[in-house]
Design a protein around this ligand. Structure first.
Ligand code: UDP
Length: 135
């Protein structure tokens, strides 16, 4: 068993896709171990996306991620990180496979509905970042 950190981004929440998104992970076989609706602070988003802070879209990305509530979830299951990324699809929805969340439900690179951890190491860092109360 392993775990991954998922965010339903503000566009997914505003489009009323929380159930659709979480349902896709559940149907694949991952279990929800923790779940909450939260408004992210700018500092948390800047830390979360620090690897992109030299990109021209960074300011827009931070505004987008703080522009509405997100759903944060810890999902558990076999190969949770890899399975999570497969269910989510490629970063750019135009390159994401049909059948993936981004491939089916998004068009723009920025507003791509969902985040999922990209390694076991980052999953643990992100669980601590978004669920500090579980520490
Ligand atoms: N992003 C963007 N424009 C880009 C690339 C990325 O707005 O050209 C945003 C998008 O919301 C993406 C996030 O930055 O999900 C993080 O990018 P990363 O490369 O970490 O991809 P991810 O792990 O989300 O697939």
């Amino acid at each position: 068993m392993s775990r991954t950190l998922i965010l339903v981004k503000p566009d997914g929440v505003k489009r009323q896709l929380i159930g659709e998104v979480l349902g896709r992970f559940e149907r694949k076989g991952l279990s929800i171990a923790a779940l909450k609706l939260v408004q992210l602070e700018t500092s948390v988003v800047e830390e979360h996306y620090a690897h992109l802070n030299d990109k021209p879209f960074f300011g827009e990305l931070v505004s987008f991620m703080t522009g509405g509530a997100v759903v944060a979830a810890i999902l558990e299951g076999p190969s949770a990180v890899e399975v999570g990324r497969q269910v989510i699809g490629a970063t750019n929805p135009l390159e994401a496979a049909t059948g993936s969340i981004r491939g089916d439900l998004a068009i723009e690179a920025g507003e791509n509905i969902v985040h999922g951890s990209d390694s076991d190491e980052n999953a643990e860092i992100e669980v601590a970042r978004f669920f500090p109360e579980l520490g």
